[in-house]
Design a protein around this ligand. Sequence first.
Ligand SMILES: [Zn+2]
Length: 227
Amino acid sequence: MPGPAHRPEDPGGPVVALTVHADLLPLLPARARRAGRLLVRHEEHATAGHVVQAAGVPLTEVGALAVDGSPASPADRLPPGAELHAGVVARPQPVPAGGFLLDVHLGSLARRMRLLGLDAAWSAHADDPDLVVRAREQDRVLLTADRGLLLRRALPRGALVRGAGADAQLADVLDRFRPALAPLTRCTACGSPLRAVAKEEVAAELPAGTRRTYDEFSRCAACGRVY
Ligand SMILES: [Zn+2]
Protein backbone atom coordinates (compact mmCIF):
# COMPACT_ATOMS: atom_id res chain seq x y z
CA MET A 1 0.00 0.00 0.00
CA PRO A 2 1.43 3.40 -0.91
CA GLY A 3 2.32 5.79 1.87
CA PRO A 4 0.87 9.26 2.19
CA ALA A 5 1.31 11.23 -1.03
CA HIS A 6 3.47 14.34 -0.86
CA ARG A 7 3.90 16.90 -3.52
CA PRO A 8 7.61 17.29 -4.34
CA GLU A 9 7.55 20.81 -2.86
CA ASP A 10 6.20 19.42 0.38
CA PRO A 11 8.41 16.60 1.68
CA GLY A 12 6.35 16.26 4.90
CA GLY A 13 7.76 16.62 8.41
CA PRO A 14 10.44 19.15 9.30
CA VAL A 15 12.11 20.72 6.29
CA VAL A 16 15.05 22.89 5.34
CA ALA A 17 14.50 25.60 2.73
CA LEU A 18 17.43 26.29 0.40
CA THR A 19 17.68 29.51 -1.59
CA VAL A 20 20.66 30.42 -3.77
CA HIS A 21 22.17 33.44 -5.50
CA ALA A 22 20.58 34.07 -8.92
CA ASP A 23 23.78 32.91 -10.67
CA LEU A 24 23.43 29.49 -9.02
CA LEU A 25 19.73 29.06 -9.74
CA PRO A 26 20.33 27.21 -13.05
CA LEU A 27 22.06 24.46 -11.06
CA LEU A 28 18.98 23.61 -9.00
CA PRO A 29 16.37 21.07 -10.13
CA ALA A 30 13.73 22.53 -12.46
CA ARG A 31 10.95 22.56 -9.87
CA ALA A 32 13.17 24.49 -7.45
CA ARG A 33 14.16 26.95 -10.17
CA ARG A 34 10.51 27.69 -10.75
CA ALA A 35 9.73 28.01 -7.04
CA GLY A 36 12.87 30.07 -6.30
CA ARG A 37 13.77 27.67 -3.48
CA LEU A 38 14.21 24.00 -2.73
CA LEU A 39 12.50 22.32 0.23
CA VAL A 40 14.27 19.22 1.50
CA ARG A 41 13.46 16.93 4.37
CA HIS A 42 15.36 17.90 7.52
CA GLU A 43 17.97 15.30 8.47
CA GLU A 44 19.53 15.57 11.87
CA HIS A 45 23.08 14.89 10.68
CA ALA A 46 23.02 16.74 7.36
CA THR A 47 25.34 19.74 7.21
CA ALA A 48 24.79 22.96 5.29
CA GLY A 49 27.42 21.86 2.76
CA HIS A 50 25.73 18.50 2.29
CA VAL A 51 22.34 20.07 1.61
CA VAL A 52 23.83 22.48 -0.95
CA GLN A 53 25.76 19.75 -2.80
CA ALA A 54 22.81 17.32 -2.67
CA ALA A 55 20.80 20.04 -4.45
CA GLY A 56 23.33 19.84 -7.32
CA VAL A 57 25.34 22.95 -6.45
CA PRO A 58 29.09 22.23 -6.06
CA LEU A 59 30.63 24.04 -3.10
CA THR A 60 33.31 25.32 -5.49
CA GLU A 61 30.63 27.66 -6.85
CA VAL A 62 29.41 28.85 -3.45
CA GLY A 63 30.60 31.91 -1.56
CA ALA A 64 29.04 32.84 1.78
CA LEU A 65 26.49 30.56 3.43
CA ALA A 66 23.82 31.83 5.81
CA VAL A 67 21.44 29.95 8.08
CA ASP A 68 18.40 31.94 9.21
CA GLY A 69 20.25 35.09 8.19
CA SER A 70 23.46 34.42 10.15
CA PRO A 71 26.83 33.46 8.59
CA ALA A 72 27.36 29.70 8.54
CA SER A 73 30.03 27.22 7.47
CA PRO A 74 29.55 24.12 5.29
CA ALA A 75 30.17 21.89 8.33
CA ASP A 76 27.29 23.40 10.36
CA ARG A 77 24.29 21.21 11.09
CA LEU A 78 20.89 22.69 10.38
CA PRO A 79 17.98 23.03 12.80
CA PRO A 80 14.54 21.87 11.62
CA GLY A 81 12.84 24.60 9.61
CA ALA A 82 16.17 26.32 8.80
CA GLU A 83 16.36 28.78 5.93
CA LEU A 84 19.70 28.11 4.22
CA HIS A 85 21.04 30.58 1.68
CA ALA A 86 24.04 29.98 -0.60
CA GLY A 87 25.81 32.98 -2.09
CA VAL A 88 27.94 32.78 -5.22
CA VAL A 89 31.75 32.62 -5.10
CA ALA A 90 33.34 36.09 -5.26
CA ARG A 91 35.20 37.18 -8.40
CA PRO A 92 38.07 37.54 -9.00
CA GLN A 93 39.12 34.33 -7.32
CA PRO A 94 42.87 33.75 -6.68
CA VAL A 95 44.68 31.23 -8.90
CA PRO A 96 46.58 28.63 -6.83
CA ALA A 97 50.37 28.44 -7.19
CA GLY A 98 50.17 25.44 -9.54
CA GLY A 99 47.92 27.15 -12.10
CA PHE A 100 45.04 25.52 -13.95
CA LEU A 101 44.09 21.94 -14.84
CA LEU A 102 41.43 21.30 -17.48
CA ASP A 103 39.30 18.20 -17.91
CA VAL A 104 39.43 16.10 -21.08
CA HIS A 105 36.55 17.95 -22.76
CA LEU A 106 38.22 21.38 -22.55
CA GLY A 107 41.12 20.95 -25.00
CA SER A 108 40.13 23.99 -27.09
CA LEU A 109 39.93 26.14 -23.99
CA ALA A 110 43.36 24.85 -22.87
CA ARG A 111 44.95 25.94 -26.18
CA ARG A 112 43.40 29.41 -25.92
CA MET A 113 44.61 29.79 -22.32
CA ARG A 114 48.15 28.72 -23.29
CA LEU A 115 48.15 31.24 -26.11
CA LEU A 116 47.61 33.89 -23.42
CA GLY A 117 50.52 32.51 -21.39
CA LEU A 118 48.45 30.76 -18.72
CA ASP A 119 49.67 27.54 -17.12
CA ALA A 120 46.88 25.28 -18.36
CA ALA A 121 47.59 21.57 -17.92
CA TRP A 122 45.45 19.31 -20.10
CA SER A 123 45.58 15.75 -21.31
CA ALA A 124 43.18 13.89 -23.58
CA HIS A 125 43.54 10.74 -21.50
CA ALA A 126 43.04 11.74 -17.85
CA ASP A 127 40.09 10.07 -16.13
CA ASP A 128 38.21 11.76 -13.28
CA PRO A 129 40.20 10.22 -10.39
CA ASP A 130 43.48 11.17 -12.19
CA LEU A 131 42.32 14.77 -12.44
CA VAL A 132 41.42 14.96 -8.77
CA VAL A 133 44.83 13.54 -7.75
CA ARG A 134 46.72 15.86 -10.11
CA ALA A 135 44.80 18.95 -8.93
CA ARG A 136 45.69 18.05 -5.37
CA GLU A 137 49.34 17.11 -5.91
CA GLN A 138 50.17 20.04 -8.21
CA ASP A 139 48.08 22.64 -6.39
CA ARG A 140 46.00 23.41 -9.48
CA VAL A 141 42.40 24.56 -9.82
CA LEU A 142 40.42 22.04 -11.88
CA LEU A 143 38.29 23.62 -14.60
CA THR A 144 35.39 21.56 -15.89
CA ALA A 145 31.92 21.93 -17.34
CA ASP A 146 30.94 18.70 -15.56
CA ARG A 147 29.53 19.50 -12.18
CA GLY A 148 29.60 15.83 -11.15
CA LEU A 149 33.38 16.10 -11.12
CA LEU A 150 33.20 19.12 -8.83
CA LEU A 151 30.95 17.27 -6.40
CA ARG A 152 33.77 14.81 -5.66
CA ARG A 153 34.72 15.24 -2.06
CA ALA A 154 38.48 14.84 -2.51
CA LEU A 155 38.82 17.76 -4.93
CA PRO A 156 40.53 20.69 -3.18
CA ARG A 157 39.91 23.43 -5.78
CA GLY A 158 37.67 23.49 -8.80
CA ALA A 159 35.55 25.77 -10.93
CA LEU A 160 32.53 25.16 -13.12
CA VAL A 161 33.27 26.66 -16.52
CA ARG A 162 30.23 28.31 -18.05
CA GLY A 163 29.52 29.15 -21.65
CA ALA A 164 28.83 27.27 -24.87
CA GLY A 165 32.03 27.02 -26.89
CA ALA A 166 35.66 27.77 -26.11
CA ASP A 167 35.44 31.55 -26.62
CA ALA A 168 32.62 31.97 -24.11
CA GLN A 169 34.40 29.61 -21.72
CA LEU A 170 37.62 31.61 -22.01
CA ALA A 171 35.72 34.82 -21.22
CA ASP A 172 34.22 33.13 -18.14
CA VAL A 173 37.62 31.91 -16.87
CA LEU A 174 39.27 35.31 -17.43
CA ASP A 175 36.41 37.04 -15.60
CA ARG A 176 36.42 34.57 -12.72
CA PHE A 177 40.18 34.54 -12.05
CA ARG A 178 41.48 37.68 -13.81
CA PRO A 179 44.93 36.05 -14.13
CA ALA A 180 48.01 37.95 -15.30
CA LEU A 181 48.43 37.32 -19.05
CA ALA A 182 51.64 36.87 -21.02
CA PRO A 183 50.57 36.21 -24.63
CA LEU A 184 52.76 34.04 -26.87
CA THR A 185 55.05 32.82 -24.10
CA ARG A 186 53.81 29.22 -23.93
CA CYS A 187 53.64 26.25 -26.26
CA THR A 188 50.01 25.79 -27.32
CA ALA A 189 50.62 22.07 -27.85
CA CYS A 190 51.96 21.14 -24.43
CA GLY A 191 51.73 24.30 -22.32
CA SER A 192 55.44 24.57 -21.45
CA PRO A 193 57.29 27.91 -21.54
CA LEU A 194 58.91 29.01 -24.82
CA ARG A 195 62.46 30.34 -25.11
CA ALA A 196 63.78 32.56 -27.87
CA VAL A 197 66.11 30.85 -30.35
CA ALA A 198 68.37 32.20 -33.09
CA LYS A 199 67.08 31.79 -36.64
CA GLU A 200 70.13 29.72 -37.65
CA GLU A 201 69.30 27.26 -34.90
CA VAL A 202 65.88 26.43 -36.35
CA ALA A 203 66.36 27.28 -40.06
CA ALA A 204 66.60 23.67 -41.14
CA GLU A 205 63.23 22.86 -39.54
CA LEU A 206 61.30 25.71 -41.21
CA PRO A 207 59.32 25.63 -44.44
CA ALA A 208 60.97 27.88 -47.05
CA GLY A 209 58.18 30.50 -46.92
CA THR A 210 58.48 30.87 -43.15
CA ARG A 211 62.28 31.06 -43.42
CA ARG A 212 62.01 34.01 -45.80
CA THR A 213 59.22 35.88 -43.94
CA TYR A 214 60.12 35.66 -40.23
CA ASP A 215 63.24 36.44 -38.21
CA GLU A 216 62.16 35.84 -34.61
CA PHE A 217 61.60 32.33 -33.36
CA SER A 218 61.09 30.51 -30.11
CA ARG A 219 61.17 26.88 -29.19
CA CYS A 220 59.24 24.91 -26.59
CA ALA A 221 61.65 23.78 -23.90
CA ALA A 222 59.67 20.56 -23.38
CA CYS A 223 58.41 19.26 -26.75
CA GLY A 224 60.78 21.13 -29.11
CA ARG A 225 58.05 22.70 -31.22
CA VAL A 226 59.19 25.86 -33.02
CA TYR A 227 57.12 29.07 -33.13
ZN1 LIG B 1 55.58 22.09 -26.19
